[in-house]
Design a protein around this ligand. Structure first.
Ligand code: 5CA
Ligand code: ZN
Length: 412
């Protein structure tokens, strides 16, 4: 499917730094992207509701990854999916009487508009689950050939233990894997499964649900294989970064990695598994199932500048859970104004130290709060020297405007 328009990304003088990033599987911050082409797959939305601040924060996080790589001279191949057929989407359509496809189309379109407003650089390939069913079937066939598939009442399951490294993405103890699997769409108690953690690859048609023809009978794909198939088809392995929110580390990224590793007989599926922390509202994870949501589109329509929404996100480190608040947005609006005032002020402070600092902070595991503090210091110095004779650096305004745009995705 089509993605959304690409924002202009100014090029900056000199070269950016190599990005070091946290990897969940090893709990280390390590260098990313050894090659000229850097590859990234980020799990996309399940389009049954509008983009909330949690989604926005996750996509802005991985947008920083792309921006740091571009600045360091990499070509970036970025792929994202849309889970446009899945249990929660079908359940919502049933509840509201909507056609499931119309619901998915509408919410995906709103997501594109939100991403455009937030200046998130689009993926090269934006791929729906429905359109990737042929790829999913090919990968199921590979898993079958590897002896990793069995049926329960006609539904196909993946033997997670066919991958000797199963468990090494999220590194959870067995009892935790079972608990979290049950919580996040899994079916550990289904009779007939060989291992309670085995996951669904292909589900036979159920009354009233959409289904597609396949050599395994009419049905629809399981969730994890959707992402592995799309990523392997469009990027190959190993991908440099598999991204998503921390709620996806287990089971989604664990099982997707094992499926990919068995299907390709290769390891690793991804060099980095990187996870954005959860955005909460009043202390509770913002989630479509809980319904405690602040939508990007609501804020946009209320007249909030998307640049301020982006700054409100960037004020938090991506690995720390945080609460979305009105005060946080108001602070971001004040910061945006202070920065805009500074780039319009007559006596700018030198900009090269800001560029060096923002590059260094972002390359160090995306320390966005540290990068914002560097621009704050420049804006404050500029304010203090405003009007002072001989204090001007004529190119500084332009350079700060460009670096804030290119590296932080914020337009001054
Ligand atoms: N379609 C699947 C991934 S294949 C899915 O999880 N969709 S989603 O719509 O539920 O979430 C989309 C992305 O937003 C995922 O990366 C998810 O981890 C992230 N996300 C969801 N809720 C939050 C939250 N409260 N804070 C931060 N990120 C979140
Ligand atoms: Zn996914």
């Amino acid at each position: 499917m089509h993605s959304w328009p690409r924002p202009d990304v100014p090029s900056l003088p000199g070269a950016g730094l190599p990005l070091r990033l946290h990897d969940t599987s090893t709990s280390e911050v390590r260098a990313t992207a050894p090659g000229e082409i850097a590859t990234m797959y980020v799990c996309g939305i399940t389009p049954y509701d509008a983009t909330h601040m949690g989604h926005a924060a996750t996509y802005v996080t991985f947008d920083l990854v792309q921006r740091v790589w571009l600045d360091a001279g990499h070509e970036v191949h970025y792929v994202q999916n849309v889970t446009d057929v899945d249990d929660p989407l079908l359940a919502r359509a049933l509840e509201t009487g909507d056609d499931w496809m119309a619901l998915a189309d509408r919410e995906t379109q709103l997501f594109r508009e939100d991403m455009t407003d937030l200046a998130v650089i689009p993926p090269r390939h934006y791929i729906g689950a429905v359109e990737s069913i042929p790829a999913v079937l090919r990968y199921i066939e590979k898993l079958r050939a590897a002896g990793a598939v069995y049926a329960v009442d006609g539904d196909l399951y993946f033997r997670v233990r066919a991958d000797e490294r199963f468990g090494s993405v999220a590194n959870l103890p067995d009892h935790e894997m079972l608990r979290v699997f049950a919580e996040r769409g899994g079916d550990p108690d289904r009779p007939g499964k060989e291992d309670p953690l085995d996951c669904l690859l292909w589900q036979l048609e159920r009354p009233g649900e959409p289904a597609w023809d396949s050599p395994f009978g009419r049905g629809r794909p399981g969730w994890h294989i959707e992402c592995s198939a799309i990523a392997l088809d469009h990027l190959g392995s190993p991908i440099d970064v598999q991204g998503g929110g921390s709620d996806l580390a287990f089971p989604h990224h664990e099982m997707g990695a094992s499926e990919a590793q068995v299907a390709t007989s290769d390891w690793p599926y991804a060099r980095h598994y990187t996870h954005a922390a959860m955005v909460r509202l009043d202390g509770e994870k913002m989630s479509k199932s809980r319904g405690n949501l602040v939508f990007v589109s609501t804020l946009r329509h209320a007249g909030h500048d998307p640049n301020a929404i982006r700054l409100a996100i960037l004020a938090h480190h991506y690995r720390t859970d945080w609460d979305w608040t009105d005060e946080g947005l108001a602070e971001a609006e004040a910061r945006l104004q202070a920065w805009r005032d500074a780039v319009d002020a007559p006596g700018a402070a030198p900009a090269q130290p800001v560029l060096d600092a923002v590059r260094a902070r972002l390359a160090d595991d995306l320390d966005a709060p540290g990068a914002l503090a560097a621009v704050d210091r420049w804006a404050e110095n500029t304010r203090l020297r405003s009007g002072a004779a001989g204090a001007d650096d004529p190119d500084a305004h332009l350079l700060v405007r460009d670096l804030v745009d290119a590296l932080l995705g914020v337009r001054l």
